[in-house]
Design a protein around this ligand. Structure first.
Ligand SMILES: [Zn+2]
Length: 462
């Protein structure tokens, strides 16, 4: 009797272990199947799979990538191919954030239940329409390419969240991906979509955050005057401006991009208040766009002395900003304080709903970054910068509010920034451009922004 009991207990134990193991396997299969399918070693999906994949269109129905006779074919214009490479992707999955990497399962019609076992004609491939405009991307790319610029450009609709123009350089032609030799810096960072996955010292564009902190913390601070002699000692270090700015209030300091004005404000506000406002503006925070996480912007003055705190207030020290995030900050300024979440997938067509690609379609407002009154004050200062200092001709027929930046990145190199938004009612575009080693943002980034904005405005009106 005892032996029978032992044996039946053992049987039960083995059966239980079997089912636990089976359950574990099923869970692993369900949760990881799509990842397994996308492993590079699964060549049937990663390479030839695209040969029968769905089509990718831009917002106007221009074909960016399609499959013809078992081959993946990209747009016939080499400018467009290079300009949208980081958004669309190539045959490989080297650009991990691209549509052809992230949504490959949807494009090729991979099914978790049936795998790739179904004949092609039965597979449910998806066509994907993007929010970008191919011509707007190409227009921005043309200026980048003509000047051999490396960097990031993004323009998006601050009312809807649709990304209209998005370019990352260096780039290449997906029809002939380069063989990159070790140490060849022509292609440094080529697989990175810098709009989404890079972070640069923000330089003077960060003065927007320092200004917001002062506006909300120090009563009447925008009206306070400071005399800029072109240089002063703060916390034992010499802080300089490009030139002496004389007697200036906050609006003038913003337009002149006076370092001393904002460096002294940062010290007056203190590290706790500066950190509070940097965080409210989305620094040190993860934003996601569809299935991709943006590179985090960072602001950390926990170990900063007075001089470092001063530099942090003008976008130096250890400050870093992601270009998409900077455009979102400008959307918040344009929108009375709340940023618009950007998105890239306009529409997906598929017979079966296999993936969850539609999670990529969004556009709601994010957490409020500042009070409405603060947003309006910043908007006025940014608009004044163009109308009174740069001149409206800088942006053709568009009325633009901006902040430029020239960020020291070491070795005597400087990244050029321009961020802002269009104030014309029917052209709700927010933007950010960063040119690596471009020097003054006004000379390097601004002409790229002009081309990107004009072409994006055209895309909106068609
Ligand atoms: Zn100054």
């Amino acid at each position: 009797m005892k032996r029978v009991l032992t044996r039946s207990l053992l049987t039960w134990f083995l059966a239980a272990a079997f089912f636990v193991g089976l359950g574990y396997f099923v869970v692993r299969l369900v949760t990881n199947a799509e990842d397994w399918a996308q492993l590079p070693m699964n060549g049937h999906l990663s390479a030839s799979g695209l040969g029968t994949a769905g089509t990718i269109y831009d917002r106007k129905g221009v074909v960016l990538a399609e499959s013809v006779d078992g081959e993946r074919v990209y747009n016939s214009d080499p400018r467009i191919r290079a300009a949208v490479l980081h958004t669309v992707g190539d045959d490989s999955t080297s650009i991990a954030t691209s549509v052809q990497s992230v949504y490959r399962n949807d494009l090729v019609g991979y099914s978790f239940l049936l795998g790739m076992g179904l004949p092609e004609s039965f597979r449910s491939t998806s066509d994907i329409t993007l929010t970008i405009d191919a011509e707007a991307c190409a227009a921005a790319y043309d200026v980048m390419a003509a000047n051999n610029y490396k960097g990031a450009v993004v323009v998006y609709n601050y009312k809807t969240g649709e990304i209209i123009c998005k370019v990352s350089t260096p780039t290449y032609d997906p029809n002939s991906p380069p063989k990159i030799e070790e140490g060849d810096d022509t292609y440094e960072g080529v697989y990175l979509d810098k709009v989404l996955s890079a972070a640069y010292p923000p330089g003077s564009t960060f003065k927007l955050i320092t200004a917001a902190a002062a506006i909300e913390t120090i009563p009447d601070s925008p009206a306070r005057y400071l005399y800029c002699e072109g240089g002063t000692i703060i916390g034992g270090e010499y802080v300089t401006c490009v030139e002496p700015h004389g007697e200036i209030d906050m609006r003038e300091a913003m337009a002149d991009s006076c370092n001393i004005y904002f460096a002294e404000l940062a010290v007056e506000l203190g590290s706790d208040t500066m950190t509070k406002y940097a965080n409210a503006f989305g620094f040190n925070k993860s934003f996601s766009m569809g299935h991709n996480d943006l590179k985090k912007s960072s602001y950390d003055v926990s170990k900063a002395d007075t001089a470092a705190l001063a530099w942090s207030g003008v976008g130096q020290y250890t400050d870093l900003a992601n270009p998409m995030h900077m455009a979102m900050i400008c959307s918040a300024i344009a929108n009375g304080g709340s940023p618009t979440n950007p998105y890239l997938i306009k529409d997906v067509s598929s017979f079966f709903k296999i993936g969850d690609i539609k999670a990529g379609i969004s556009g709601e407002n994010g957490d409020k970054m500042m009070k409405s009154a603060t947003a309006n004050k910043l908007a006025d200062m940014m608009r004044y910068t163009v109308s009174d200092h740069y001149g409206d001709s800088m942006f053709g027929n568009l009325h633009v509010a901006t902040k430029t930046g020239t960020a020291e990145v070491g070795d005597g190199k400087e990244d050029g920034w321009i961020v802002g938004f269009v104030t014309d009612e029917d052209v709700p575009l927010a933007f950010a451009v960063c040119i690596e080693n471009g020097g003054f943002g006004i000379s390097s980034a601004a002409p790229v922004a002009k081309a990107a904005l004009e072409a994006s405005a055209q895309a909106l009106n068609n």
